[in-house]
Write a protein that binds this ligand. Structure first.
Ligand SMILES: C[S@@+](CC[C@H](N)C(=O)[O-])C[C@H]1O[C@@H](n2cnc3c(N)ncnc32)[C@H](O)[C@@H]1O
Length: 277
């Protein structure tokens, strides 16, 4: 039984870094005229009311997106444009999740495949995202679902894998799924989000990627404090396979600024190459 609801966490620092990496990849994909497929294996509800009972409980967005002022971030102009689209009055009331962010870039010829297992969130996602014929919402296991779509007909695509890791086997499953997916579609871009709750688990995941034979693996991680065991998530990151060539340069400019804006004592970032060409 799934108990995780993203509505408690929407707009937190993890969403900020996940979504700015996502946007940079999507911006790159639409530079070419040819169609692409966007596959979101763990899509969530799509749009979050930051004043809902859930969001108001922890108010995590106040330590994430709520700390960023539009005028100070010209390099994140598209991120703020998307936020503005859902907050036309200027005040931050709604936070768009990954499927809605992807929708912003979708052209008629592109397709979006959204998997969400939680019955309530799948229902909300249908309401928020599935208004166009090229968007499909599926209440199915996204790990299995994404494999069934590869390689996509377009032969161009981005797969976002963003589990909640409430099931400990998710750490093994994200690697096994990407390993299988890469064999079916080695030219696709894969973006995997991970939390750092116990550094040993992430070191292990990193070693598996390094030994996998998969090429072009980059990592973007932001820690809001030094690693600590037993007090929740102190850092999180994105592992991106086949990133656009601009991504690491861009994140290397943005992450130092984000560390100052979002981090506390001991905050750090990593923008590095785990496996080269
Ligand atoms: C971190 S949230 C996703 C947030 C979303 N990607 C975003 O950035 O806005 C993870 C979601 O995965 C869903 N989930 C968990 N296991 C799943 C599975 N095996 N397949 C599809 N969805 C799953 C959860 O219900 C939850 O809504």
């Amino acid at each position: 039984m799934l108990s995780y609801r993203h509505s408690f966490h929407a707009g937190n620092y993890a969403d900020v870094i996940k979504h700015i990496v996502l946007i940079e990849i999507l911006e790159h994909l639409i530079k070419k005229d040819s169609a692409f497929d966007y596959i979101d294996s763990h899509a969530g509800a799509g749009l979050y009311n930051l004043h809902s009972e859930h969001a108001a409980k922890l108010q995590e967005y106040t330590q994430g997106v709520g700390k960023l002022k539009t005028e100070q971030w010209p390099e994140l102009a598209t991120y703020f444009d998307i936020l503005a689209k859902y907050n036309p009055a200027g005040k931050l009331n709604f936070y768009p999740g990954s499927p809605i962010i992807a929708q912003y870039f979708l052209r008629r010829k592109d397709r979006s495949w959204l998997y969400e297992l939680h019955p309530k969130d799948a229902e909300l996602l249908l309401k928020h995202a599935a208004k166009s014929r090229n968007i499909r919402v599926m209440r199915e296991d996204g790990f299995k679902g994404l494999l069934s779509l590869l390689p996509p007909v377009s032969r161009r695509g981005l797969v976002l894998i963003d589990p909640s890791y409430e099931i400990k086997t998710d750490y093994a499953q994200v690697f096994n799924t990407i390993d299988s997916a890469y064999k079916k579609f080695p030219t696709g871009t894969y973006a995997l989000w991970y939390p750092v709750v116990d550094r040993k688990i992430i070191d292990h995941l990193e070693r598996k990627f390094k030994r996998s034979g998969i090429k072009k693996i980059h990592r973007y991680e932001l820690g809001i404090a030094q690693d600590q065991f037993g007090s929740g998530m102190s850092a999180c990151g994105m592992i991106v396979i086949n990133p656009p060539w601009t991504l690491t340069d861009k994140m290397s400019q943005v992450f130092p600024k984000l560390v100052t804006a979002l981090g506390g004592e001991g905050a750090f970032y990593k923008c590095d190459v785990l496996v080269g060409e």
